[in-house]
Write a protein that binds this ligand. Structure first.
Ligand SMILES: CC(C)(COP(=O)(O)OP(=O)(O)OC[C@H]1O[C@@H](n2cnc3c(N)ncnc32)[C@H](O)[C@@H]1OP(=O)(O)O)[C@@H](O)C(=O)NCCC(=O)NCCS
Length: 214
């Protein structure tokens, strides 16, 4: 296993034009995915990151758990803006699809940033791609990550069926049981132990896989 990304805050490595078919299908309007309310949480909206999210991104990025597990850290507005621009380049290139996850608050309270999900390493003709996720500290423990991941998974298999996408993978380190639990709850079955690859992946990891037919 050579890949060692995790958590969904990595930088995009775009190869423009790499996934032209998907680009063509996705350029007409920003993708928005809606998730119904749960007994403990309002509805979710997943949509591509926008520059207006930068302040909220910087704020939630102060959380130590996010800083520990995300593959890049955002400390300032300038870093946040660069990160959002990188996600926008991923959408434009058609190989990385990163969604801000927002809770739709009842009444006039509007939307609140609660997380991130990403589909990455999408290449036409390649059967596998990877997903990642994080939830803002203030929103953890009420199923935001698995609900958002379910929406992302269904969208990915629907959108990239014609490109040959057959399975989605989650990689997490063995000492991240919360991420393991999200994978299990989202029907990404444990597949393999991955050997550590320091410095970016200092501990052994788990590979979880969800197949299109699951
Ligand atoms: C992992 C993470 C995304 C979970 O998000 P969430 O929206 O809180 O997800 P959930 O509400 O489903 O809660 C997580 C589950 O893990 C469990 N969990 C949390 N901490 C745990 C721990 N230390 N040991 C075992 N299980 C744990 C919770 O009990 C819950 O399972 P349950 O519903 O069966 O009780 C969130 O903790 C996070 O953002 N962590 C930092 C970033 C990260 O690790 N990303 C993944 C990198 S691979």
């Amino acid at each position: 296993m050579t890949r060692r990304s995790q958590g969904g805050m990595g930088q995009t490595q775009s190869a423009p034009g790499e996934n032209a078919a998907a680009c063509h299908r996705l350029t007409s309007a920003p993708v928005e995915l809606q998730v119904a309310a749960s007994p403990v949480s309002p509805p979710l909206l997943l949509r591509p990151w926008r520059m207006r999210d930068v302040a909220a991104l910087v704020e939630v990025s102060q959380d130590p758990a996010l800083r520990r597990w995300a593959s890049s850290v955002v400390d300032t507005d300038a870093e946040g803006a660069r990160w959002v621009q990188a996600q926008q380049r991923g959408w434009a290139a058609g190989n990385r699809f990163c969604f801000a996850v927002l809770e739709i608050q009842p009444g006039s309270a509007g939307e609140q940033l609660v997380g991130n999900v990403v589909l990455k390493e999408v290449t036409s003709g390649k059967p596998a791609a990877e997903v990642g996720y994080w939830t803002a500290a203030h929103a953890r423990g009420r199923g935001v990550a698995p609900r958002a991941l379910e929406a992302l998974t269904n969208w990915a298999f629907d959108t990239f069926a014609a490109d040959g996408l057959e399975r989605l993978e989650i990689l997490h380190q063995v000492n991240n049981p919360a991420s393991c639990r999200v994978a299990q709850k989202s029907r990404y079955d444990f597949d393999t132990i991955l050997p550590a690859a320091p410095p970016s992946f200092p501990r052994d990891g788990h590979l979880h896989i969800r197949r299109k037919s699951a």
